[in-house]
Design a protein around this ligand. Sequence first.
Ligand SMILES: [Zn+2]
Length: 284
Amino acid sequence: MNQISRDELRSYMQQYNVDYSIGDLTPTICALHGVPEPADCGGTPIAEVVDQAQHLADGEGNIRRTLIYCPDACGDIQRQKFPELFSRVEKLAGMRFLSSAVMASVTPVCYATIFSGASPEVHGTQRYDKRRIEIPTLFDVFADAGKSVAIVAVNNCSIDTIFRKRKVDYYSTRDDAIAHRITRRLIAQDEYDVIVSYYTSYDHLSHHFGGYSKIAEAALTTAVEYFEELVADVDRYWKQYPRAVVWTPDHGNHVIGEEHSAHGKNIPEDMLVNHCYRLRAAEL
Ligand SMILES: [Zn+2]
């Protein structure tokens, strides 16, 4: 455990009066799979998730397959604006944790924290910068434990670039629809312990047309539909395993003017997100 990371993550939790941080994702997934957390982690495994997993896990107490779905910029303010859409996610997931992001609340900074458990001061990316991060991540500790991991994301997005040079299979696609199709195929082929699947369209269209525009809302609807399809695939093709699906956004956004949205500020619209967990037992 890294104390600098812990203190920095907790400073945002205290500022927003929440019990969870986006830095809790990696130690939670490590705990579910029985893998040691990365050395610079300052997050905490979410007790409710770990406790539920222990009731339904395998003989060694482990979850065997996890899908981590990453819808960019689908934060808590989006949940407030589009409650029907988010209720579909929460109905499937069952567990929701209101969590604080980190500063700057932009994609590479937040996903570096999400997948390392380290704070920005420790992982080193403190502004919009898509250079590779070098500290140990979820991907390193899973590879060291002999686990197989895939990352599916559009070309040159943050998730596609900042975790390179690991023992991971990188599926780099032209758009979200292809990324979604590949994710579905990978679940069906069942060659990975963990699959990360990223969705960029809501964030992208929010920047151009505003986060509450019809076109952005349509992209958010697609994010939810993709999540529903992936949950159904996981239940179909991974049913012989104790398994997890996680809804894992990085930050929210705020409206500037009438036709654009942005993020990166230390304000609730940008800094509060919900991470949602769905756990299921093996069906024999
Ligand atoms: Zn983002």
